[in-house]
Every structure is written in structure tokens, then in C-alpha cells.
Design a protein around this ligand. Structure first.
Ligand code: AMP
Ligand code: MG
Length: 505
């Protein structure tokens, strides 16, 4: 079955407010989605609003939010009380392996309004997360807490500022309603999430489990067209898609590792085919370097620990390959051979991206065979001394003058690094520039995020706004050295070890 976007369903020109919604996903076979709208809320109020993203999307909504105050038209739309023109709301079906076990899931609290076509012709999903129950809600209430949605907003926008592919956050609107969680009544909120798409490894697993080959081929074609259009004419589309997704995930995970990001819940339903970081639940940034770092309270065995992420990504990609088997080749054996061929490339691709990223952090412009060992030695030292991962990279040049850096082991490492830099033609300024562009000076440190969320829950968004402003320029060292930013660079007192995050809130 050939998948085509129905031209009649295309919005020809932007409607009121700059909305120009299309619905290519909605035209996929019915087993992939169900029509359902948001459930209205009592007293919506905009808590945080991403003006720049709204402008990129072509939404004039930026103007409404300021002109009409926190409870105006933007609050009505981004809470789900009023549908924007052209919206065709739906919940997406998907399955997934959660902690290694297969489950059927689907959007239990998220509703896709459609795909906004930007003035530059890009297509972005606009989804309301926490917008009320859907047929996939199981025993859940379809809602989200203000704290969890602000957390996603802060961390996803920080990731974007670092140059890491991610879903974006357009707005968080408090619902004015209380919702019940383990720790009692919490304020509810809706997050407007913007993404290249919300197609997950679990989306493919869902179709494969239903054994609908036509739907699977349609989903392959749709995904290729949206995220890998250069491969649309491939001889074997499922094989081309698998290879392209493996490459993007290898690159993405290497970027996570480079900045010390721990996703925390890398279930296959939380891995996007677009190569964007998706589903910010129990995620957090590592402070003291330790590959075993785990923040999620429910990840008791450390399945999703910092150092396991590349391996888990490969495991998830194997689930994608399995889901594609029936369309990879008519003969099962040949299909398995193709799947293994593609999966076999992950390790080498990941290693290549990781090394390239780490070389940039060291200010290395060319390649030498011993570079991997040089990086590993530094990481070993960080681990042994519980050094702050972010600050070690950011201050590598001057670290030798500190108490920790005066240790013989580090001094020896510095000499190796110095000798290595001397073997390349670039100047110290070139090295510094490359390093600054690859070592974020500020990350969303967990205690600062918690502080901002707690203040926002009490009605003070100033702390959150200041944090967001600092996180928007992670590579701006002139800014990072200013007195008012210094406090955001201080690690948690205990190296962040005791920090715990919670899922599904
Ligand atoms: P997550 O842990 O956020 O990736 O969610 C896993 C699954 O649980 C997804 O299918 C969600 O839609 C669903 N889910 C999480 N929280 C809720 C909730 N409060 N109500 C209904 N479904 C939920
Ligand atoms: Mg999820």
C-alpha cells in the first residue's frame, strides 16, 4: 500500500492566530489512532510560555498571551478548553517494552491537535500532554502535575539550547484543578509539546503485534517521508528506515553521554523514530561522574543507568528491527540477516559519534589512535575523585591549579593533553573556542530545577524564568562567568548522589 498525503486535507493558508494544521498521521490506518478531544478544565492559567518557539511555529499566539494576560485565549487553547482552527484531535496507539516487558499502551493522557505547518514549511506535531483521559488511559486519570510538566519544559528547552535533538515545549498551563498522586493532591497542568513527530519504536511494535502488514508498510512510508525524505525512493524502504534510525539514535545517545544526560526511562515507547529525545519523566543530569548514575526511584537494578544508555538504545533498536521483520524481506531468514546487518552497525556508529564529541570537548581537531585512551583516563580520574562532570570539562584548562587538580595523577594527564594539543596546528584560542562550543557551562542542575518548580507551585514563576534564561545560553562563557550565573554552576552539596526522580506524575 502506498501512503500519500491527501491533498484535500491540506490547509492552504494559515487561519486565525496563525494556525495551519494538517493531519497526515490521521490518515494512517485506523489501528494507529483514535479520535478523542481534550477534556475541559476549570480555570486555565498560563504559567510559562515559549514566545520564540511560538514565533517559529508561525503562531500569533505570542501576541494573545501578552495582550490578554495569563487567562486569555492562549490559556483556553493550550489547556484544551478551546480547539484551535483546523484541529482534528486524536490519541495515538502504541505498544512498548517497559523495563524489558512488552505492553500495549497508547497516549493515555496526550492528545495530538495536528501538525502545524510553519512559515518555513516545516511540519511539527502539536500535542497537549495531560489533556484528559483517552481510550488508552487504562486506570490513569489522563492528567499531569504542574511540577512534572514544568520539569519537562525546563529540561527539554535546556537540551534544545545545548543543540541536542529533542521535542520542544511551547507552554505549560495550570488547570486550576487538583489531581491525586501518591503524595497527595497536586496542582494539575497541561504541557503543549511540539515534536517532529510522536512516532515511537513502540508504534511499530504495536502494528507488528497486530500482524497488519499493510499498516506496517504505510507506517514505514509515512515515517520515511516525514523524517528521512531523502530515502523515500529506497529499494527496500523498511531496511533504509532501520539503518537511518540506527544512525540517528547512535548520534543522539552519544550527545546525551557527552553532556551527562540520564534519560531514566528508555522504554521502547520513549524512543522516537525522528531521533529526538522524548518523554522527560525521571530524567536528570549527572553531577559527580559515575557511569552507574541512576536517578529514577523505580529503576532499582539500574537498567537505565547513565553508562548503560548506549547498550539499551541498541536493545530498543533490536525491538524495532523485530517489528519490521515481516516487511524487511519475504523470507524470514533473509529478513533476520538484514536486521542483524543493520543492528551490527550501531556499536561502531555510536563509538564514532562519541569519540568525535569527546575530541571536540578536548579541543582536538584531528584524530590520533590514542585519543580514546586519553579520554578514558580523564573519565577514570573523574570517577575516582567524584569530580563534577560538567565543571571538569568546562574548567579543564585551570583545573590543575585547584586542590584536586594538583594530584600527581591529574598533573600527568594534563601533560599528556598538553603534548597532544601541541601536535596539532591550531592555536590555543581555536582549542578554547571548540571546547566552549561543546562543553556546556550550565546544565539544569537538579537542586536548581526542584527549587524553581517548588516556587512555581507556590505561584512564584520568577525563579523558573531566571533559570530558563540561564539555561538558554549554555555555551556562552562570557555570560556564564557573570556573577549572577555563578550560582547556577555550583554542584549539589553531595554531588547529586542522593537525588531521586519519580515517574508517571
Ligand atoms: P510514561 O511513563 O510517561 O512514558 O507513560 C507510559 C504510559 O502511561 C503512556 O501510555 C502514558 O500515556 C500512560 N500514562 C502515564 N500517566 C498517565 C495518566 N496520568 N493517565 C493516563 N495514562 C497515563
Ligand atoms: Mg512515554
Amino acid at each position: 500500500m502506498i501512503y500519500e498525503i491527501d491533498e484535500n486535507a491540506k490547509a492552504k493558508a494559515p487561519g486565525a492566530g496563525g494556525w495551519r494544521l494538517e493531519h497526515s498521521y490521521a490518515q494512517l490506518p485506523r489501528l494507529l489512532h483514535v479520535a478523542v478531544g481534550p477534556t475541559a478544565v476549570r480555570a486555565p492559567r498560563v504559567v510559562v510560555w515559549n514566545r520564540r518557539l511560538a514565533e517559529e511555529l508561525g503562531l500569533a499566539a505570542a501576541a494573545w498571551a501578552s495582550a490578554e494576560g495569563a487567562s486569555g485565549a492562549a490559556a483556553e487553547i493550550f489547556s484544551g478548553n478551546v480547539l484551535p482552527p483546523g484541529a482534528v484531535p486524536l490519541a495515538q496507539a502504541y505498544a512498548g517494552h517497559q523495563y524489558g516487558h512488552f505492553t500495549t499502551l497508547g497516549d493515555g493522557r496526550a492528545i495530538l491537535l495536528g501538525e502545524q505547518i510553519t512559515p518555513r514549511g516545516e511540519r511539527w506535531d502539536v500535542q497537549l500532554k495531560g489533556a484528559g483521559p483517552t481510550p488508552y488511559s487504562r486506570s490513569g486519570d489522563g492528567r499531569a502535575t504542574l511540577g512534572a510538566m514544568l520539569r519537562e519544559y525546563v529540561v527539554s528547552e535546556a537540551m534544545h539550547a545545548m543543540g541536542i535533538p529533542t521535542t520542544r515545549s511551547l507552554a505549560v498551563v495550570a488547570t486550576g484543578e487538583e489531581i491525586w498522586r501518591q503524595d497527595g493532591a497536586r496542582p494539575g497542568a497541561v504541557l503543549t509539546r511540539v515534536a517532529a513527530s510522536h512516532i515511537r519504536v513502540g508504534t511499530f511494535e504495536w502494528v507488528a503485534a497486530r500482524r497488519d502488514e499493510g499498516a506496517l508498510r504505510a507506517l514505514v512510508a509515512h515515517t520515511l517521508q516525514r523524517h528521512y525524505p531523502e530515502l523515500a525512493g529506497a529499494e527496500n524502504p523498511p531496511f533504509a528506515l532501520l539503518g537511518a534510525v540506527i544512525e540517528r539514535q547512535a548520534r543522539l545517545i552519544a550527545q546525551w553521554m557527552s553532556v551527562g544526560f540520564v534519560h531514566g526511562v528508555m522504554n521502547t515507547d520513549n524512543m522516537a523514530l525522528s531521533g529526538e529525545t522524548i518523554d522527560y519523566g525521571p530524567c536528570a543530569f549527572m553531577e559527580a561522574y559515575d557511569p552507574a548514575t541512576v536517578f529514577s526511584s523505580i529503576d532499582r537494578h539500574g537498567r537505565y543507568a547513565y553508562g548503560n544508555q548506549p547498550q539499551i538504545a541498541q536493545w530498543n533498536l533490536a525491538r524495532l528491527a523485530e517489528a519490521l521483520l515481516s516487511v524487511l524481506h519475504p523470507q524470514e531468514e533473509a529478513a533476520i540477516a538484514l536486521a542483524n546487518q543493520a543492528l551490527g552497525g550501531f556499536g561502531e556508529r555510536y563509538q564514532r559519534h562519541w569519540l568525535a564529541g569527546m575530541r571536540r570537548k578536548l579541543g582536538l581537531f584531528n584524530e590520533e589512535p590514542e585519543d580514546g585512551a586519553l579520554i578514558e583516563s580523564l573519565l577514570t580520574w573523574m570517577h575516582a575523585t567524584k569530580a563534577d562532570y560538567t565543571n571538569t570539562w568546562a574548567e579543564l584548562e585551570t583545573l590543575g591549579e585547584t586542590e584536586a587538580g594538583r594530584a600527581l595523577e591529574f598533573q600527568e594527564w594534563l601533560a599528556r593533553w598538553q603534548a597532544r594539543r601541541a601536535r596539532q596546528p591550531q592555536t590555543a584560542e581555536d582549542v578554547s573556542r571548540l571546547r566552549c562550543a561543546n562543553c556546556p557551562a550550565v546544565i539544569p542542575r537538579n537542586h536548581r530545577v526542584e527549587e524553581a518548580l517548588a516556587a512555581a507551585e507556590q505561584g512564584d514563576v520568577g525563579v523558573l524564568e531566571r533559570l530558563l534564561a540561564v539555561l538558554a545560553a549554555p555555551y556562552d562563557y562570557a555570560r556564564a562567568r557573570a556573577a549572577d550565573v555563578a550560582e547556577y554552576r555550583v554542584p549539589a552539596p553531595d554531588g547529586g548522589e542522593a537525588y531521586r526522580t519519580f515517574c508517571g506524575t
